[in-house]
Design a protein around this ligand. Structure first.
Ligand code: NAD
Ligand code: TDX
Length: 349
């Protein structure tokens, strides 16, 4: 592939995907299209900015005229579509912006690919999605690629809609597509509204650690660089029209993960054992809070040979060190509108 459009490349996962592809595929040009919402920061890509096989385009995926012109001008061999509104709590406060970006934005991109890709034999539209479309699990079992969709939040419903549109473009127009549904990612450059960076940041500043409900909801955590590697594998080897689940086989109750963070950070910050855990504050539960997510990634492992490369303890240690060393990044991305959002959020619980 000679030219790949990555949407949402200035965000958390997108920046890791862009970095991997720019560094690994010198003969492939990566075009990063991002509108730079509060979650998109070009600082995430400082290390690839000057590379000759990378360029950035500022633009909105919901802007049909702009997207059409981009597809007419550039001849993309593939699209890796990550741009989205991604935070469940925000989707509860402002569902329409999730419908607009995640549903309409995906439809606009699909439609541009349908219109401007005359010869589709070497093209691919890769849609990056989430395990949240499958809903919530009980105490046992896993999500597989055939689990029926059952989304509960405006975020997951908007991602489920976008997945259905991608499948509909495959069935109806024969657009070459592939979809992956991944579990919770963690790692560097994640916006500190999400559980792990929020807790790390609050521990550093000795602020309350807001645990929703009883803290017994379960998430399956995957290192973001392993997700980026999975996307690389699926892009190059995945079968058209297929879905691949990506996950870490790494389930944690929220409260357990917060206690683990507290223990590690007490040591790193030279605090007495148990000091950070005193900050844990149980707050009102998230409405519609899914109980448990757990991905069965056997298909991806068996068919394409991917598996997670990093043990969770190692990944968490690296992640904490990154946030401790990058306080300026946190200050910069959390200035302005975000500060207002977060203080309102917390007070309202
Ligand atoms: P993020 O919020 O960190 O980044 C989203 C990016 O999309 C930002 O750079 C933002 O500026 C950009 N964007 C938003 N609206 C846009 C628009 N209208 N036009 C152009 N760009 C726009 O999100 P993330 O956590 O990196 O997630 C990336 C993708 O992966 C999303 O599609 C998400 O649903 C999916 N996903 C995320 C996780 C996770 O744990 N974070 C897990 C599974 C799947
Ligand atoms: O302050 C908090 N306290 C808390 O208890 C926050 C922010 C979260 N939580 C809980 C809610 C969830 O059970 O922690 C868990 C993880 O929450 P988030 O980090 O908001 O992630 P989640 O809702 O699981 O969704 C994430 O994973 C799937 C991403 O945000 C999605 O984009 C992805 O699709």
């Amino acid at each position: 592939m000679k030219k790949i459009l990555v949407t949402g490349g200035a965000g958390f996962i997108g920046s890791h995907v862009v970095r991997l592809f720019v560094n690994k595929y010198a003969d492939c040009h990566i075009v990063n299209l991002d509108v730079l919402t509060y979650a998109g920061n070009l600082e995430n890509l400082k290390d690839v900015e000057g590379k000759s096989n990378y360029s950035f385009v500022k633009g909105d995926i919901t802007d049909e005229i702009f997207i059409d012109q981009l597809f007419e001008k550039e001849s993309f061999d593939a699209v890796i579509h990550l741009a989205a509104e991604s935070h469940v709590d925000r989707s509860i406060m402002d569902p329409l912006s999730f419908v607009k970006t995640n549903v309409l934005g995906t439809a606009v991109l699909l439609n541009a690919a349908r219109k401007y890709w005359k010869e589709t034999s070497n093209k691919l539209f890769y849609h990056v999605s989430t395990d949240e479309v499958y809903g919530s699990l009980g105490e046992s079992g896993f999500f597989t690629e055939t689990t029926p969709y059952d989304p509960h939040s405006p975020y997951s419903a908007s991602k489920a809609s976008s997945d259905h549109l991608v499948k509909a473009y495959y069935d109806t127009y024969g657009l070459p597509v592939v979809i992956s549904n991944c579990s919770n990612n963690y790692g560097s450059h994640q916006f500190p509204e999400k559980l792990l960076p929020l807790m790390i940041n609050n521990i550093v500043h000795s602020k309350p650690l807001p645990v929703y409900g009883k803290g017994d909801n379960v998430r399956d955590w995957l290192w973001v660089e392993d997700h980026a590697r999975a996307i690389d594998v699926i892009l190059h080897q995945g079968k058209l029209g297929e879905t691949y689940n990506i996950g870490g086989f790494n389930e944690w109750k929220n409260l357990d993960i917060v206690h683990l963070l507290c223990r590690i950070m007490d040591k790193k910050l030279n605090r007495a054992a148990g000091e950070s855990a005193k900050l844990i504050t149980f707050v009102k539960d998230r409405p519609g809070h899914d109980k448990r997510y757990a991905i069965d990634a056997t298909k991806l492992n068996k068919e394409l040979g991917w598996k997670p490369s990093l043990q969770f303890e190692e990944g968490l240690d690296r992640t904490i060190d990154w946030y401790l060393a990058n306080g300026e990044w946190i200050d910069s991305v959390t200035s302005g509108a975000y500060k207002e959002y977060y203080s309102n959020q917390y007070v309202s619980r």
